[in-house]
Ligand binder design. Structure first.
Ligand code: CMP
Length: 211
């Protein structure tokens, strides 16, 4: 089925920097493809605003409410002046059929979301809290898409808060565990990054705790 590309003009919407595109818990029947500008996805957890992701042009968001028939799972904010294409349930099907590129993008996105959820669950099922923190680094290493090698030093542009979020633990507890890793010379902490000296050592450590 051919898609009339001019139809996309009908879906174009713009937002100013700082505009809230939609709020968590709102009902939602639209999803968006970013044409220009960045969109931040945030969630309020324990009274704090947590950054879930910063999405770039070409990425899609707002698909969960439409597909799961549920309220918005997070808030979307325009980080820059943004041009978006907005789609609703009615044009969803026609778009999927007529635009394999967007259908493929959505498929990849769902695969990633399912993978992320499964991976998070694996982390949370570890009883040993040190292993849980180590497993967060392994998860971050997987997103770097490089094979784990021995003596493989990895740098992660992440914060203690983010690790606490993924590990399902308090920031204080994670800081305590990271300080322990620093004392063991397994990790170095900087203001903007955390360096794991040998990621494979963490892999072995987590494997022993998973049994
Ligand atoms: P929806 O639930 O409709 O509205 C919030 C959107 O944020 C959601 O769809 C996803 O598109 C996006 N989103 C939710 N959770 C995450 C996450 N962990 N990382 C990136 N994007 C997310």
């Amino acid at each position: 089925m051919a898609l009339d590309m001019s139809m996309f003009n009908r879906f174009a919407v713009t937002f100013e920097k700082g505009d809230i595109i939609f709020c968590e818990h709102e009902p939602g029947d639209t999803f968006y493809l970013i044409q220009s500008g960045r969109v931040q996805i945030v969630k309020i957890m324990e009274d704090l605003e947590k950054n879930l992701d910063i999405l770039q042009p070409g990425e899609i968001f707002g698909e969960m409410a439409i597909l799961e028939d549920s309220p918005r799972s997070a808030t979307a904010i325009a980080l820059d002046p943004c041009k978006l294409l907005e789609f609703n349930q009615e044009n969803f099907e026609v778009l999927m059929q007529g635009n394999p590129q967007i259908a493929l993008k959505l498929l990849k996105l769902f695969t990633k979301r399912v993978y992320d959820q499964k991976r998070r669950f694996m982390i949370l099922t570890l009883e040993d809290e040190q292993a849980r923190v180590a497993d967060v680094f392994l998860m971050l290493a997987e997103t770097q898409q490089r094979q784990l090698n021995d003596n493989d030093e990895r740098t992660f542009m992440t914060s203690v808060d983010d690790i606490a979020h993924w590990a399902g633990m308090s920031t204080d507890k994670v800081r305590q565990i990271l300080n322990h890793f620093v004392a063991q010379r397994r990790v170095d902490i900087f203001s903007d990054r955390i360096v794991v000296k040998n990621i494979n050592d963490f892999q072995r450590f987590v494997n022993t705790r998973r049994k």
